[in-house]
Design a protein around this ligand. Structure first.
Ligand code: DQA
Length: 144
């Protein structure tokens, strides 16, 4: 079993980016956490980040041949991208929508999600630990 953890725009800046909202954990720290989870859970994890919508679409397409599920923190594209929604729907892999922050406690424009329409479920508000929660949830979903 293999899970793609895909990160969208500005998440490369985690650690220094609005730490009061997103915490002080860096994306490299989170990748390490996912690697540790992978070893402990005996489940493959591939970790990617891009600031470009089309590159994220390409990663989702490639996942069809290489992975069993996708954990997606699409960043702001969550709220805007029909292209990412369509990509998830097209590859027919289960996807979990992920956010570090609780998007529903924030601005109105973050309450809308295109990804949610094609996601198995959503993890939002648990900071970096949300990645581990989402991986556990995906592993459980794939074993059902
Ligand atoms: C985010 C929430 C989004 O609204 C925001 O645009 C991000 C990060 C999160 O992880 O909390 O870039 O996806």
């Amino acid at each position: 079993t293999s899970i793609l953890v895909l990160n969208g725009p500005n998440l490369n800046l985690l650690g220094t980016r609005q730490p009061e909202v997103y915490g002080s954990t860096t994306l490299a720290d989170i990748e390490q956490m996912c690697g540790d989870w992978s070893e402990k859970s005996r489940c493959g994890v591939v970790f990617e980040q891009s600031n470009h919508e089309g590159v994220l679409v390409d990663h989702i397409h490639a996942a069809r041949d290489n992975h069993n599920g996708i954990v997606l923190n699409a960043g702001a594209y969550t709220h805007t991208s029909i292209a990412l929604m369509d990509a998830i729907a097209s590859v027919e892999l289960p996807a979990i929508e992920l956010h570090l922050s609780n998007v529903h406690a924030r601005e109105e424009f973050r309450h809308k999600s295109f990804i949610a329409r094609v996601a198995v479920g959503i993890v939002s508000g648990f900071g970096a630990y949300g990645y581990v929660l989402a991986l556990d949830a995906m592993k459980h979903h794939l074993s059902r």
